[in-house]
Design a protein around this ligand. Structure first.
Ligand SMILES: [Zn+2]
Length: 276
């Protein structure tokens, strides 16, 4: 049993995995041996969606929730955080509510997108002020806010350069880095700053969310980079049961395969201490 690995579960109405519901996905993760998950939201805030239902379900299976991926298509969308106006203010107020919910449930980390994928927002002062308000609130609550590399370059750097907080960290997404950044993530710059990871693979044509080793990512190099960056967190998967998998593997085989591949990456990142 490996407790250093985790599977992602979307906790909303629309299922992520073809042919199986999100509730079934949770069950399958347990059957495959996972002890940890991360709860993922896209279109809902925690206070309005099915957070409570999935939280209780996960707890009934004895699962630990390592972090919550907050929704980014919420309100009028994450892009409004960078723009003048009340929509951005409301978004901040609602994210603060989300943070309060996880803090109350003893969850110590959230990850967040910083831009909309179809729109490159201005790196504005108002945006920075809003991120600062979110991070200060997280500090008070004892929650880490990990900002994810999604599509556009420079935003994480801009926020981290301008807001100093131990609670402000980075979420490294291997698939986004491969397809949108051509593997350009600066692991040296973010040394000791990566708090969580989303592992999945693709062939650089699209963000396919394949299982690790099914695309063209150099996993050996990636494991070395994570080790060099002093990454000590959970090895978390963000792959989905869709496309070719549905014809090749049963749902349980897919989750079991995910478990096996994460264990392999865990071994690659966390090499046993060498005997001198
Ligand atoms: Zn991700």
């Amino acid at each position: 049993m490996n407790t250093n690995i985790a599977m992602f579960i979307r906790c909303e109405d629309r299922p992520t995995n073809e042919t199986i519901s999100n509730e079934e996905s949770l069950k399958l993760a347990v059957q495959a041996g996972f002890k940890r998950i991360f709860m993922s939201f896209k279109a809902n805030h925690l206070f309005e969606g099915q957070y409570r239902k999935f939280y209780d379900l996960a707890k009934s299976y004895g699962l630990e929730i390592v972090f919550v991926h907050l929704g980014y298509q919420v309100n009028e969308g994450i892009a409004t955080i960078w723009e003048e106006g009340t929509a951005g203010d409301q978004l901040v107020a609602d994210y603060k509510r989300d943070l309060e919910i996880v803090a109350k449930d003893g969850i110590k980390m959230v990850c967040m997108h910083v831009t909309k994928s179809s729109k490159q927002s201005p790196m504005s002062k108002i945006g920075l002020k809003r991120w600062e308000e979110i991070v200060k609130h997280a500090e008070k609550l004892g929650v880490i806010v990990a900002l994810e590399n999604t599509v556009w370059p420079g935003y994480i750097e801009f926020i981290l350069d301008n807001i100093q907080s131990p609670n402000l960290q980075v979420c490294f997404d291997s698939g986004h880095n491969h397809v949108y950044f051509k593997d350009g993530f600066d692991f040296k710059r973010f040394k000791n700053k990566i708090a969580c990871i989303h592992l999945h693979d693709n062939d650089q044509s699209k963000d396919l969310h394949l299982l690790p080793f099914d695309g063209t990512i150099d996993w050996k190099l990636l494991a070395e980079n994570l080790r060099e960056a002093n990454y000590k967190g959970v090895i978390a998967c963000e792959s989905g049961y869709k496309r070719g998998y549905v014809n090749e593997l049963t749902p349980l085989e897919f989750f079991t395969e995910a478990y096996r591949r994460l264990e392999k990456i865990d071994d690659m990142v966390n090499l046993p201490t060498q005997v001198k």
